[in-house]
Design a protein around this ligand. Structure first.
Ligand code: SF4
Ligand code: SF4
Ligand code: FES
Length: 480
């Protein structure tokens, strides 16, 4: 462990660290644009300079190995003057259009300009213009005027997603990030990570474009249910104090964007594009009324009817959801598993064209809690359901069940969150809340348990499965 001195303070560094890493790990801030802890060192932005004591020049710290007894200054007059000059250079042709830029509020260029420059441009030359809003892919717009050519996005596609989809063409002030002709960014299922790691507002998410200023939003920690990796994510939605007085109240309870929540045990700092598109899953048309043989009834009446059917059944079978949380699955087991022959159903299957699996994050089982269900109901419960000949009731929880395969003549109690033709075919249909309306845990393929928190209140006409199971269990009635 080499000892180095930062601004005169002794610091125990790791043997293979750079000065930038040792400084950040020990509470000394050094600015950086092009360096990223998961990418190779490019050393092109020059903002991370420090001064080795006794030298009359500055050097970049992101590529300076620590050595025993090294003395560096992170805030000397020379370092400050160099950072100011670097910021002047980086913003030479930058449009400074923060007022319309989605990155405003999260942009290191803004922060560093304020911290290290703070002066208007010294240049008298007109700015060199470049492409505004270049279609980099179906999902991403590129504003070349805002790009500071740090090459993080290029290195991501070479080193992490390995699509080699991006490069930089031309030189000097006409350099441009562009997608490779033979490897389009659209084919890279991890492409949107470049939006997060771009230190400025050059790479823009089309679905999020001009949707909200980020300071109106708050992130709620959650788990992507798109596959059994269970990546940790932040679901961003409007803060209560910034609710809109809009005709459509859904604007205040909708998902603005989804970003990775760094979790070294599961997904590191990345997620795939499917995780970004969770609004397409959670914001499908909801089933928000209970039904009995297709006719709307009060939730309490549907619960009573379901309880009666369960009470009267002699050989009931349950197909439980592997989108259920550990808490919901446990509640089912506690209240109902003794009465039912239980199978765990796969709610979602791979969609046509979807990447099945790879060696970065994406896994073949497109459901979040198969492992949690296996732990509670056993490996046998995951096989295709075998219905005894005298099955007289099937409880179906969640999506992915082909009703045509259910035993003829058996009554059906169906719990689902979305509008579907099957809702009206069930003897009793009870609408249930979705992941964003409750808190819970999923267990991923490797046994890592991750928590998700509630983003929005559930509609009053739908039940929470965790409480519902006790309420439909024969015996003293509960209240969902
Ligand atoms: S688009 Fe962003 S990440 Fe890519 S080189 Fe430019 S500034 Fe860096
Ligand atoms: S890898 Fe799986 S869990 Fe992670 S973001 Fe993609 S679909 Fe979601
Ligand atoms: S962060 Fe060191 S040169 Fe860019």
């Amino acid at each position: 462990m080499p000892e180095i001195f930062i601004n005169g303070q002794p610091v125990q560094a790791e043997a293979n660290q750079t000065v930038l890493q040792a400084a950040l790990a020990n509470g000394f801030y050094i600015p950086y644009f092009c360096w990223h802890k998961e990418l190779s060192i490019a050393g092109n932005c020059r903002i991370c300079t420090v001064q080795v004591e006794g030298r009359s020049w500055v050097e970049i710290s992101c590529n300076m190995p620590v050595t025993e007894g090294l003395h560096v200054l992170t805030d000397s007059d020379l370092v400050r003057a160099h950072r100011k000059a670097t910021m002047q250079f980086i913003t030479l042709n930058h449009p400074v259009d923060c007022g319309i830029c989605d990155k405003a509020g999260e942009c290191t260029l803004q922060d560093y300009h304020f911290a290290y420059n703070g002066s208007p441009s010294v240049s008298r030359e007109p700015k060199v213009h470049a492409t505004k809003f270049h279609d980099l892919s179906e999902r991403i717009l590129l504003d070349n005027e805002r790009c500071i050519l740090c090459s993080r996005c290029v290195r991501f596609t070479r080193e992490i997603s390995k699509s080699n989809a991006l490069g930089i063409k031309n030189r000097g002030d006409v350099s441009l990030v562009r997608a490779a002709d033979d490897s389009p960014l659209d084919a890279d299922p991890y492409s949107d990570n470049v939006i997060d790691i771009c230190p400025v507002g050059a790479l823009l998410s089309k679905p999020f474009l001009h949707k909200a200023r980020v300071w109106y939003l708050k992130p709620t920690p959650s788990v992507c249910p798109g596959c059994e990796r269970g990546c940790s994510v932040n679901i961003w939605h409007r803060k209560a104090e910034w609710h809109l007085r809009a005709l459509d109240p859904k604007q205040n309870t909708s998902i603005a964007r989804v970003t990775p929540l760094e979790n070294p045990a599961v997904n590191g700092p990345w997620i795939c594009n499917k995780g970004r598109d969770l609004a397409q899953v959670f914001e499908r048309a909801r089933a928000d009324h209970a039904l009995q043989k297709g006719k709307p009834v009060a939730l309490e009446a549907a619960i009573a009817a379901a309880r009666k059917l369960i009470e009267e059944a002699t050989h009931p079978v349950a197909l439980v959801s592997n989108w259920g949380s550990n808490e919901e699955l446990s509640a089912f087991k506690e209240s109902l598993a003794g009465r039912f022959t239980t199978f765990v159903k796969r709610d979602h299957s791979p969609q046509p064209g979807e990447r099945l699996e790879d060696d970065l994050l994406i896994l073949a089982d497109k459901n979040p809690n198969t492992a949690g269900a296996r732990a509670l109901f056993g490996e046998e419960s995951l096989r295709e359901p075998l219905y005894p000949a005298d099955t007289d009731l099937v409880l179906v929880w969640g999506e992915g069940c082909n009703f045509a395969t259910l035993p003829a003549g058996a009554k059906v109690v169906f719990l689902n969150s979305y509008l579907a033709p099957e809702n009206g075919h069930a003897d009793v249909f009870i609408p249930v809340s979705i992941q964003t309306e409750r808190a819970g845990h999923y267990t991923n393929f490797a046994g890592v348990v991750s928590a998700f928190e509630r983003c929005f209140a559930k509609p009053s006409t739908v039940a929470d499965a965790q409480e519902l199971f006790a309420a439909i269990a024969p015996g003293p009635a509960g209240t969902p």
